[in-house]
Design a protein around this ligand. Structure first.
Ligand code: SF4
Length: 371
């Protein structure tokens, strides 16, 4: 297949659904890790096309959703300083901190700017040597290379007014934490194709061995996801546990080695708090000591803080696949995209936002795959 429409072809999707139904003799619970995959599932009604004995639950792969409340609060604190310009991806601005969000900080006079890449923040730093430019560097392995490159470049140029507030998370340790949990229901994972395009999928081998679960690297279109489900179903029915790659048009075993090199040059692995989930050992990235001058937490002496999630938000269970957004009493009532209580309702990749957009009140059919 060469064109995007072919990956959305209803005839192919329905054919795969028949193969999955024929393959499955019992009930299986599968998790797609990535929020982009969740949105495809909701948008095209993939979960409704699947046989009833295959349940898809949604994982923690939305970078905005898992950025800790404390990081948002620190960003708001920085944005309120008269000498700081806080630069961020746009969807972080509406993510609620413990008392407000970056939009409110901007409305209150803070210099908060939206950028599509950390290189834009570097440009602002070059243009405004009189101001401190802080980039909110969040995300999974996908955004880490660009963030690392910006920091490496800033050091190379000797920029003194650029730093980053880092909250980077890693997928494999999150899968390990999910599998180790006594509450876990997941029997197979669809790994995020874009993360594996950067990192390859070698590091998933130890997970399939340790937990005897199949993992399939999957893409983001309906046919990709249906193929990934079929590959998982075949493995599960055969009692196998291997790493397989459905997304061969973008992913190879080793990944993007130059991108991995620049990440390793700038960052080191560290324990990381995930919003709603808590701390997961060795699941994040922090700046290496050689790059401490670019660590906004150190530059501005930001203290470690600890804040509680709003009690009414059940995102911790949603992000671990234990509950669906529609199980949340606040869903579409007190929590909407216009007035979000939790991050999964804000982000374009959040599971709650996906359900709100495509399954709100379960009224009307989801947009269907087209022929
Ligand atoms: S619907 Fe809102 S309150 Fe409920 S889990 Fe999702 S983000 Fe949290």
């Amino acid at each position: 297949m060469k064109f995007i429409d072919e990956y959305r072809d209803e005839r192919i999707v329905r054919g795969l659904a028949t193969q999955i139904a024929n393959a499955c003799t019992r009930r299986w619970v599968l998790m797609e890790i990535c929020g982009g995959q969740t949105h495809t599932i909701m948008r095209y009604g993939i979960d409704e096309i699947l046989p009833s004995n295959v349940e898809l639950v949604h994982g923690p792969g939305c970078p905005v959703c898992v950025t800790p409340l404390e990081t948002i609060d620190k960003a708001i604190e920085l944005a309120s300083r008269h000498d700081v310009t806080l630069v961020s991806y746009g969807d972080m601005l509406r993510v609620p901190g413990s008392h407000s969000d970056l939009f409110q900080a901007k409305a209150g006079g803070g210099d908060v700017r939206i950028a599509y890449s950390p290189m834009e923040a570097l440009k602002i730093a070059r243009r405004h040597p009189d101001r401190q430019i802080v980039f909110l560097a969040i995300g999974f392995e996908t955004t880490a290379p660009a963030n690392a490159m910006a920091i490496w470049q800033a050091k190379r140029e000797g920029l003194k007014n650029f730093s980053v507030l880092v909250s980077h998370v890693l997928v494999p340790p999150a899968i390990r934490a999910l599998m180790a949990s006594p509450e876990n229901r997941v029997q197979g994972f669809i790994a995020p194709g874009h993360v594996c395009a950067v990192m390859g999928y070698e590091e998933y081998e130890s997970l399939v061995q340790d937990f005897e679960i199949p993992i399939v690297v999957g893409g983001f279109e309906p046919v990709d996801l249906m193929e990934a489900v079929l590959m998982l179903a075949k493995q599960l029915e055969a009692g196998q546990a291997q790493v397989e790659n459905q997304y061969v048009r973008s992913v190879n075993y080793e990944g993007n080695l130059p991108a991995q090199r620049v990440v390793r040059e700038v960052f080191e692995i560290a324990d990381q708090k995930w919003r709603g989930i808590g701390s997961i050992p060795k699941s994040g990235l922090r700046l290496r000591p050689e790059y401490a001058a670019y660590d906004a937490s150190q530059v501005f002496g930001l203290e470690d803080i600890s804040v509680e999630e709003p009690a009414q938000c059940i995102s911790a269970q949603v992000l671990r696949g234990l509950k669906k957004p529609t199980d949340c009493p606040a869903f579409a009532m007190r929590c909407t995209p216009e007035n979000p209580l939790g991050a999964p309702m804000v982000s374009s990749e959040g599971a709650c936002a996906a359900y709100y957009r495509y399954r709100r009140h379960m009224v009307g059919p989801a947009e269907s795959v087209h022929g």
